[in-house]
Each structure stands twice: as C-alpha cells, then as structure tokens.
Design a protein around this ligand. Structure first.
Ligand code: ADP
Ligand code: MG
Length: 784
C-alpha cells in the first residue's frame, strides 16, 4: 500500500511540474513550439537525460495535442504517460484516452533516435491511431508510419525499411514478430530492414502479451518428407483406453502413456523398447495421435469443412483461416478424421511473444485491466502495474452475478432483462464467449422481434463501426467477448437519462480480465451504466474447472420448459463458481509459463545464430583467416576421429568435402600428421582455384554467402527439430521425469551437433560449389 501511494505521489509531483509550463507554452507561436524538437535533441546530445527533459517535453506534446487534435491531455493522462515512459503498465479504464496518453512518452523517447513503437491489438487500430496521432508527431517534426499494409501486398525490403526508419511506428504484434523473423532469414544487408530494439508501448497489453502469447509465432517453409505413420499410429491409439494405457489431464491439456500403454505399443509394433533412441519418430507419432484423440474436440477446437480441418479460435470460436497446427499435429487430426493427409510444413523460424518483447530495451503497456495480472507482468516482463485514477469518478453499477442451474433457465432469465431494458430504449451490449451462444441469442431476439446487430465477421474495421454504434438509443448488440477491444462506445443523446449502456454478460468468462473489460464497456468518462452477468452451472468454465460437487448438483436438477427459471442463491455456489474462474486464470498463466520455459533453449540458440548471421551480413572484416580455420579444424577432426585410415576412407572424405575429382596416388601411405598436411594442401589449392579469378570484394562476399548458407540450412533444420522434440518429451511425463529438463538437455546436444554440421556444410559450400557466369556476366554460385 505504502509503495503504491508513493508511486502516485511522485507522479502527482511530476504532473505539477509539467503543468507549470502550460500557460507559457500556450502563448508560443506554432513555430516556436515546433522548434522545441530540435532544442530537445540538442539537449540530449549534450548529455541531458530523458528524465531531465521529460517535464518540458511532455508539456510541449500536450500543447501540440491541443492545437492539432483539439484535445488537451488531462492530468491523469499525463500520469499514465509517465508510467509508460518508466517502462511499466498503466492501468487506465476504457474510454480514459490511452491513445492520446501514448503521444507523450512516444514523442519523448523518439527524440533519442532509437526505434520507438506502439504495438496495438489489431490492424485496424494500428491504422486508425497512426493516422490520427501521426498528425501530432509530424507537426512537431518527427516522422510516423504504420507497419501494417493491405494483406495481399508483399512489401519489398526497401519499403519495409522506410516504415521502420520512421521515428515512431504503429503496428501489431503479429506483423512486428513476423517481420523480425523474416529479417533474420535475409541473406544480405540489402534485404534487411529492422532497426535494433528500442522502446515499445503495448496497447491492450494484457491481450497482446498474455492472452495471445500462449502459442509462438512460426514461419513455415518447405514441406517435410512425409511420414506414412499417421494412420498406423491412429489405428493403434484406438486400441487404448483412458486411465489404463494412458492418462489425461484435461486442465493442463496434456496426455501421456502409462507403463501399460508403453507395453501395449511395444506389442503392437513388435519392438522391445519404445523409449530406445531409435524409435523417437514412432513415439512422436503415437503422441500426436493420442493428443489428436484426447485433447481436440470436433466442433469446439476444429471443424471439418470440405474435407479439411479448420481450426477454431479458442477465444471467440471463429474459423481461423490459413492456420495449421505445427509439427504434424494437424496431420494427426486429419488421420483421426479419415481425411487426406496434407503435407506437413517445416518450421523455419519461431519465437514466442514473450521473448520477442523482452528484447526491447524498454517496454511500457496500457490496459483497462492489468492489476489482476500484475504478478505475471512482473515475473515475465519486469513491469509493475500502476493504477491511474479515472478522470471522473466511475458511477457504473456492477451488479452481482445471477446464477441458474441450467442453460435454458439462464437464457430465459437474461432475455427477460433484455426485454425490460429494451422497452425503455436503453442500449444493450450482450456478450457471449462462443459464436454458438451468440447465435442462439440472436435467434431468441428475433423471436421476440427485437432488432439487433450481431458481430461474427472477423473484420476489425466493421466490428469497430458496430461497436461504436452500440451506445445509441434502442441499440441491441450481440457480440463475442473479444470483439472490438480498443473501440470507444459513446452514448447517444438522451441515453444517459435512461441509465447509459447496459452490459449483459451471458456466461461466466474463462478469464477474469475479460469479464472486467466487458463491464468497463459501460460507464466511460463518468457516464452512467450498468453491468450484470448471467451464469449457469453448464457454463464451460464452471463445468471444466469447477468443483465436482457442482456437477453433481447440476445433474440432480432438471428444468421443464414452462416453469419459471429458479435462481440459485447459495453463497457456497457463488464461491465455487468464482474459484472455477480463478483456476482457469491460473491455468492460462501456467501454460504461458511452460511455453516460455520451453522456449528458453530455442532463445539461447536463436540469439547466438542471429548474432553470427548479423556479423556475417554487416561485418567488414576479411574472412580469409576464418575460412582457413574452418578448413583446418574440419580436417583435424576427420583425422583425429578416424581410427582406420584406409585409402578408401580418405578418398571418400576428399570427394565428400574437398574435391569431386581428386585421385590419391596408389601406394601412398600416411601417418596422422602427414595426412593432415596432405589434406590441407588439397583444400587450399582447391580454394585457390575457385577464388583466384575473383576480385577482393567478390571473394569476401563468396565467403560470407558460403558460410551463411551453411548456417541457415542447419539452423532451419534445428528449429524444426526442436519443435518436434517438444512433442517427444511431453511423452515422458510418466515416471517422474521432468520434460522441460529433458528438453533442454537434448536441445543442447542437438545444438552442438548442429554446430559441427555447420562447419562441414561450410567446407562443402566453399570447395564444392560451382561458380558460373550468368547471362549478364555476373557470377552465379551453385552450392552443392
Ligand atoms: P481508451 O483507449 O482508453 O479506451 P481512447 O483512446 O479510445 O480510450 O479514447 C476515448 C475517447 O476519448 C476518444 O474519442 C478520444 O478522442 C477521447 N479523448 C481522449 N482524451 C481526451 C481529452 N484529453 N480530451 C477530450 N477527449 C479525449
Ligand atoms: Mg484504446
């Protein structure tokens, strides 16, 4: 408590200092105010810190906001801006004006010349906010760009470089993440466009950094050699039963074979030890099939449409186009559904959102609902959550949940409330968690002849327009819970007198923050409003995470149509429902933690590889020495590790690595030392043949490319390999083995192997490649 007070006190103190500039700056001419940008940049160059110039710089943006946009940031917005600058999460309620708040810290931090970004929750918001707020930065002499473009338009590297070169960039986490991965697949500096990670503010930070961070970003490339085992593994799985051959933990979304299951597999496939290293691929297939049958539900996690598996969005139940499960899981589902098996794409690059955002030097976040997730923000991102007071007091009434036993009772009761409120013209936002339920409500409303809008298109721009209309008199809007975050609902005329917007939740949300977000749709900027949730014991979160006795209680109740819904009033039931939501929340947290723990190995490897690539791409040093070292090392390794140096072996090594055509004279015999020299001479002369006609520049770029290609080939394989390894280790949960520990162990081994493969591949690229002259006289290199 003390600490919180102290934070707010120091914020108030800073706000007073900023306010002191207000009247002076108001009297400046436009040009005088605009000149401040150059003035601040000079001050920074002369050693002033951002914190020192903050009060004056914030005051400048504030005045610019007023002149350009007609909005003067309130004191509480200034406080939020300071929190963002300090690298923490500002909790500011919906409608408090977070978009405008961000202009102050973004301007201040962009003055350093470091990359400065605002990450929004969707593309629509990135475009909207870049266009609106961009005016202020441009007026002040800074450039601003929007990172998202039309979906069918692939930007060229120079265009992307122009976007990222802007002082301030508005974009989404997905666009930014994929750009980062693609930038690190580039093979020369002309294709690279990213700047080093500087400062970023994440809008709707809980949604971006927590809710969508459950699964990593993956770029897939060439198809993998197809396994023919999907169907066989699928057949085998169907002979097993739960708790006998396998165990299932639905909450944690994991499943594993029991010792009995392992024996069954050994019988079925006629082998003696399934966990022997040589059956890794089979084990992986079995796990994929097992997961396909136990962790995925047709109709809930996916649907089958026109012979294809279509995944559904967990948050709102919509079809996710163009999305496939990774590492063979998709194919295992296809086998389960008896569909044609599509090619499995290799993963070429991947990163979790957590590790992507932790690369920023400084990260700030803003949301209406951050406090309840503060522990996770601190642990994962080292960000505190500071609750900023609202500009006007909140007068919205958040009414307690109404609980019913069955779904029909809940529907009837909630519909009664809708009818009552609609009769007097009060606007209603009716929110469901699934598309299915939103359609049921739509049907019921139609039957009652209540006109309404339904949000079920996956189009954020349209969603935004519908949501923005939701505050008009008589409006009834049915929406899924994720719809339209970031869009402001303003009340129409006369609506405040009717009680403002009424938010009616139709089920217990699987996530406490989502529930708070929804309530917060009403009562913005001191408006009147109300919120009320209707809950039944059939709600997913209650059913899945609730205590057993709730289920028994439910099963002993039935409801006959024609009767009136009966409300449950027992305190115990309310507490049990709240607990179910807490378990669900914690479950999400644990899943994200585990994603992050698994990614740790990949992160270390990725950082090392990306660093090496950048050194090759941007490095200016000559590589002659490095190339010779590679040759020497590789030859040494071969000579040292071969016990029987027959002539045949030596020839094989030469043909595989050094020269396609070299013939060893018969009757030549070697000791280790003379062999090393002999091979090294061959390698050197081969190299000289290749490069003697090149000029200095061409030679260096040939070296760079040869090594880079080797790194990329091996690294892409490693990324894919690590992805698959995850499935394999999760099979080992039985017998107290720690999957994460084992994963890291194996990842380390495979990284070492990969490094030696890189060396080997580099030699081949250097010595066995062919360099031909292309049509226009340029050199074209063909790597073996
Ligand atoms: P949030 O993201 O916090 O939910 P928005 O940034 O969408 O809120 O802003 C909500 C509305 O408040 C917008 O219409 C915006 O123009 C308006 N607004 C924000 N700050 C101010 C201000 N200082 N003065 C007047 N209007 C403001
Ligand atoms: Mg917003």
């Amino acid at each position: 408590m003390l600490m919180k007070d102290y934070t707010l006190r120091s914020l108030y103190h800073l706000v007073r200092r900023i306010n002191q500039y207000a009247s002076e700056f108001k009297s400046l001419t436009d040009v005088q105010l605009q000149d401040k940008t150059v003035f601040f940049k000079h001050q920074l160059e002369n050693g002033k810190t951002l914190d020192e110039i903050l009060p004056e710089a914030f005051a400048v943006v504030r005045e610019a906001d007023r002149r350009v946009l007609g909005m003067f940031p309130f004191d509480v917005q200034v406080m939020g801006g300071i929190v963002l600058h300090q690298g923490n999460v500002a909790e500011m309620k919906t409608g408090e004006g977070k978009t405008l708040t961000a202009t102050m810290p973004l301007y201040l931090n962009a003055l350093t010349g470091q990359s400065t970004l605002l990450i929004t929750a969707n593309e629509y918001l990135a475009k909207r906010d870049a266009a609106e707020m961009g005016k202020v930065y441009q007026w002040l002499g800074l450039s601003c760009s929007c990172g998202v473009t039309a979906p069918d338009k692939d930007l060229k590297p120079v265009e992307k470089r122009a976007i990222y070169a802007a002082d301030i960039v508005y974009t989404t986490s997905g666009t930014f993440g994929f750009d980062y991965l693609l930038d690190n697949l580039a093979s020369n500096s002309a294709e690279k466009y990213m700047r080093p990670f500087g400062y970023a503010i994440v809008d709707e930070v809980d949604q971006v950094l927590l809710d969508s961070a459950q699964t990593p970003l993956v770029i897939s490339g060439a198809p993998r050699v197809q396994s023919n085992m999907y169907r066989i593994a699928d057949n085998f799985i169907q002979t097993l039963s739960e708790d006998q051959e396998y165990k299932l933990d639905e909450e944690r979304k994991s499943v594993w074979l029991t010792p009995k299951g392992i024996t069954a597999a050994e019988h079925y496939f006629r082998l003696s030890k399934l966990y022997d290293g040589q059956y890794t691929e089979l084990l992986r297939q079995i796990m994929l099939a097992l997961r396909a049958h136990t962790l995925f539900e047709n109709g809930k996690d996916y649907v089958v449409e026109a012979g294809e598996i279509k995944l559904l969005d967990e948050q709102n139940g919509r079809v996710l186009e163009m999305t496939k499960l990774q590492s063979g899981q998709h194919q295992a589902l296809e086998a389960r559904e008896n569909l044609d098996i599509t090619p499995d794409m290799r993963a070429m690059a991947s990163i979790t959102f957590q590790n992507l955002f932790r690369k920023f030097k400084k990260l700030g976040g803003m949301t209406g609902t951050g406090k309840t997730a503060e522990e996770e923000f601190i642990e994962t991102y080292y960000m505190k959550v500071v609750r900023i007071p609202t500009n006007r007091p909140i007068i919205r009434r958040d009414l307690p949940d109404l609980v019913y036993s069955t779904l029909p009772e809940k529907l009837l009761a909630s519909l009664d409330l809708v009818k009552k409120l609609h009769q007097k013209g009060q606007p209603i936002l009716l929110v469901t968690q699934s598309v299915e339920l939103s359609e049921i409500y739509s049907e019921l409303l139609l039957r009652e002849q209540i006109p309404h809008n339904v949000l079920n298109a996956r189009n954020a721009a349209k969603e935004a327009a519908i949501i923005a209309e939701a505050g008009q008199r008589d409006a009834v809007t049915v929406a899924t819970s994720m719809a339209g975050r970031g869009t402001d609902i303003k009340l129409g005329t006369g609506v405040a007198e009717l009680g403002g917007l009424a938010v009616i939740g139709t089920e217990k949300m699987t996530n406490h923050r989502v529930e708070l977000q929804l309530r917060g749709r009403a009562g913005r900027q001191g408006d009147p409003g109300m919120s009320r949730f209707f809950v039944s014991l059939e709600d997913e979160v209650v059913f899945k995470f609730g205590a057993r006795w709730l289920r028994h209680y439910f099963e002993n109740h039935s409801f006959k149509f024609g009767n009136s819904p009966k409300r449950l009033k027992s305190r115990l039931i309310y507490q049990a429902i709240q607990r179910a939501q807490n378990v669900s929340d914690n479950n999400g947290y644990q899943q994200r933690k585990s994603t992050l723990e698994f990614d740790e190995s990949v992160r270390i490897q990725r950082e090392e590889i990306y660093k090496q690539r950048d050194k090759l791409i941007f490095g200016t040093e000559h590589l002659d020495c490095q190339v010779k070292n590679i040759l020497k090392k590789q030859i040494n390794t071969f000579v040292k590790n071969s016990h029987h140096l027959t002539q045949q072996r030596i020839s094989r090594f030469i043909w595989d690595n050094l020269s396609y055509s070299y013939q060893i004279e018969d009757s030549k015999s070697f000791d280790q030392e003379s062999l090393t020299d002999y091979l090294y001479d061959i390698a050197l002369s081969q190299l000289h043949n290749k490069i003697n006609s090149m000029n200095e520049g061409d030679r260096q770029s040939f070296f760079r490319l040869a090594i880079l290609k080797a790194i990329d080939n091996c690294w892409i394989e490693e990324v894919d390999n690590l992805q698959q390894l995850r499935t394999v280790v999760s099979a080992r949960q039985y017998a107290q083995r720690n999957p994460i520990y084992e994963y890291h162990q194996e990842a380390m081994t495979s990284f070492k192997k990969m490094k030696s493969r890189i060396m080997q591949q580099s030699i081949k690229n250097l010595l066995l490649s062919s360099i031909l002259t292309g049509e226009n006289g340029e050199s074209v290199i063909y790597f073996s």
